[in-house]
Design a protein around this ligand. Sequence first.
Ligand SMILES: [Zn+2]
Length: 333
Amino acid sequence: MLHDIGGPQSFVLEEVAAPEPGPDEVRIKLAASALNHLDIWTSLGMPKPHLPHVAGADGAGVVDAVGEAVTTVLPGQNVVVNPSVGCGACPSCLRGTTPFCANYQILGEHRWGTLAEYVVVPARNTIPKPDHLTWEQAAAYGLATGTAYRMLRRARLGPGDVLLVVGVGGGVSSAGLVLGRAMGADVYVTSTNTDKICRAIQLGATDGFNTTNLFAEDLKQEIGRGADVVLENVGPASWEQSVRALERGGRLVTCGSTSGTKVEITVPYLFFKQLEIIGSTMFDYREFSEVTDLVGSGRVPVVIDRIDNFVDLPAALARLEAGEQLGKIVLRT
Ligand SMILES: [Zn+2]
C-alpha cells in the first residue's frame, strides 16, 4: 500500500478489506504478481495516484467473485490479468484502439493493482490462463510482452529484418528480444553488462554490444549495415547511438525514457535517411489476446529474472530500480 509518494521505500504491508467487484467486474485471488518500472514511477508520483494506492499491473490467479452482469467469466476459472483497461464504450474503444480510450486506465496506476492478495478488474480484462504456463510465467508476460508486441507491430518488424534492442535487461526489452525472434528478425542487443549480453544470446540474440561504447558503429562494423528497427526505452543516455544505428528507412520505436525525458534530433539526418521515430504505449485487447496465444503456445518464452515471495517486495523493487535484472521479477502472492 502507498500512503505517500516517497519512492519505492514508501510501500507498506497492511491488511485492508478485499475489494468488491462492480456489476461488470471480477475479483481475482492472485497466485503471482510481477513488477514493472511503472510501480517505481507510481511510487514517485509520476503520475501521482489517488492515495492510498495499490500498485502492480501484472498478475494471474483464480476468479473468486463476479459482478451481477458478468456472463463470460466464472468463479474458479484460472485467469491472467490484462492491465490495459479501456472503458469499452468510447469511440476509441469501439474502434479497438484501447490506449486512446478517453477514460483509459492502467492497472496499478489509475486503479488498484496486483501487488495484493486480491485485485478487481473488468471481466473483459481477464483471459484464460494458458494451461502449460506456470502461475509465475502467467503473471509475468502481460504488460511487458504486450507493450513490446505493439511496439514491434507499429515499427512493422518483418522476417529477415535486423532488430536492435537497446538495454536488453528491462522487461519490455527482453520481451522485444524473444518476440523479435518469433517474428523472424535477426536480433542484436545492447547492455552495459556482459552477463546480460550472454544471457540474451542464449535467448536467441545473434550478438550484443556494450551500450557505453559507440554501439551503432559496432553493429555496422559487424554486419555491414544498420538496423531496420531499434527498440528503445532508455532515452537520452543512448538516443544518439540508437538513431545512428538505423539503416536507411529504419524505424526507432520508443515506449519510455528511463534516463531522462529530452533528446536532440539532427533533422537532416532524419530526412536524408528517411527515418521514422515512433511512439508506442501499452496495447489493445486484440494484441493482448495475440500475445497470450504466442506465449501460451510456447512460441515466445517468458523471460523471468527471478521469483521472490511477496514479503520480499522491497528487495525486489531495489533490484529493479538498480537495473540488475534481465527479464521479469515475479512475486508469489
Ligand atoms: Zn474507451
